[in-house]
Design a binder for this molecule. Structure first.
Ligand SMILES: *Cc1c(COP(=O)(O)O)cnc(C)c1O
Length: 390
């Protein structure tokens, strides 16, 4: 009987040990034993998929991968120590000297650093394109040596939406790998592979953990590509710790109910705040006023757990807003059970010039709220009182 993927994300489990435990135990072991020389030889020759060493594979890690594969509709996957090692692994395993990477410029800050500062050391060229580029502009940006397209949608922190179906079609027509960081949406909100992506990356640190405890990353997608990524990672060592995998796998059992609440709280706040007199504009993918509302409706099942708004008072108001908050946390994470506020212009993106910030959609008074699981009226009250002070 084919089960719903939500059921599978709850029920997929490492084979029960002779102890007959109900919950998956932690396999905190660096290596695995063999009964004889022949079974060890066969494992090393890839004739069996027995575990050998936890840098290669581990039951807790595999359980997490299997769940993410089901949720994303992917053939295979590999889990890494952080979201960034997933991003880096996907680049280094699949790009080589002379290749070109075409990336959207509204991407996670460290990903931007990897592309601009490090890829060229290995002879990999790149170019950036705006999150609001049209299909014609994307097509024109593809070069004969373009090997991979890399995007995030919704973008961070500006919440622009990129048309994944259009990018999937373009990538397929040109024989290019479409690599999508799906961290912001989670597989409960959007499944890029079903829209044409070849690879999907997650920082499991965010919504997947959902409680701000551990770092982790996952790459899932086409079997032939994952094989290359596995070979690269198995030798270079960004493996996910079994402890973190255990935490993350448990978290996936509640991802659907958590995302439902994150999203319903987020749209409640978006509606309640959009006409606030201190706010110039508010963006949420499922508000009809969002510039790419139509695409969001097509490719997302709901609007996600992040809202952002621009304060009329600009940079100084942004700082005042953070200082006036009483409950919301000021912290660099997102996707937590506790609501978090951030002001990119004075923190994560302070090193950029104002022109550089504007190019990636970061206006001076932009506030990003990662909407938590607290009662919606408590979150709203805190934001409203802080707005009145800036
Ligand atoms: C946090 C984040 C990453 C990096 O993940 P880490 O787990 O912090 O290494 C990559 N992409 C996006 C969109 C993120 O939010």
């Amino acid at each position: 009987m084919q089960q719903n993927k939500i059921t599978q994300a709850i029920r997929i489990q490492t084979e029960r040990t002779p102890e007959m435990e109900h919950s998956t135990p932690m396999f905190l072991t660096s290596s695995f034993c063999f009964n004889d020389a022949e079974s060890m030889r066969a494992a090393f020759a890839d004739e069996t998929d027995d575990n050998i060493y936890s840098r290669f594979s581990n039951p807790n890690v595999q359980e997490l991968i299997d769940k993410v594969c089901v949720l994303e509709g992917a053939e295979a996957g590999y889990a890494t120590a952080s979201g960034m090692s997933a991003v880096f692994g996907s680049f280094m395993a699949l790009l080589k000297q002379g290749d070109h990477l075409l990336a959207c410029n509204s991407i996670f800050g460290s990903t931007h650093t990897v592309i601009t500062k490090y890829l060229n050391r290995y002879g990999i060229a790149y170019s950036y394109i705006s999150a609001t580029a049209t299909e014609q502009e994307w097509a024109a940006a593809i070069q004969p040596n373009t090997k991979m397209i890399y995007v995030e949608t919704p973008t961070n922190p500006g919440l622009d939406i990129l048309d994944l179906k259009m990018l999937g079609k373009l990538a397929k027509q040109n024989g290019i790998i479409l690599n999508v960081d799906n961290c912001f949406a989670t597989p409960l909100v959007q499944q890029p592979i079903l829209l044409g992506a070849d690879l999907v990356i997650h920082s499991a640190t965010k919504w997947m953990d959902g409680q701000g405890r551990v770092l982790g990353g996952v790459i899932v997608g086409r079997k032939d590509l994952i094989k290359e990524i596995y070979a690269f990672c198995r030798s270079t060592g960004p493996a996910l710790s079994p402890f973190n995998a255990w935490v993350l796998s448990k978290s996936l059992e509640t991802l659907e109910v958590r995302m439902e609440r994150h999203c319903s709280n987020a749209i409640y706040l978006a509606n309640a705040l959009q006409h606030n007199n201190k706010i110039a504009f508010l963006k949420y993918p499922f508000l009809p006023t969002h510039p790419q509302y139509a695409i969001a409706q097509q490719q997302m099942q709901n609007g996600g757990g992040i809202i952002c708004f621009e304060l009329k008072g600009g940079l100084e108001s942004g700082r005042n807003f953070l200082n006036a908050l009483q409950m919301l946390s000021l912290t660099a994470n997102l996707g937590d059970s506790r609501s978090i506020a951030s002001h990119p212009a004075s923190t994560t993106h302070a090193k950029l010039t104002e022109a550089e910030r504007l190019a990636v959609g970061i206006t001076p008074g932009l506030i990003r709220i990662s909407v938590g699981l607290e009662h919606k009226d408590d979150i709203l009250k805190d934001i409203e009182q802080a707005l009145q002070q800036c």
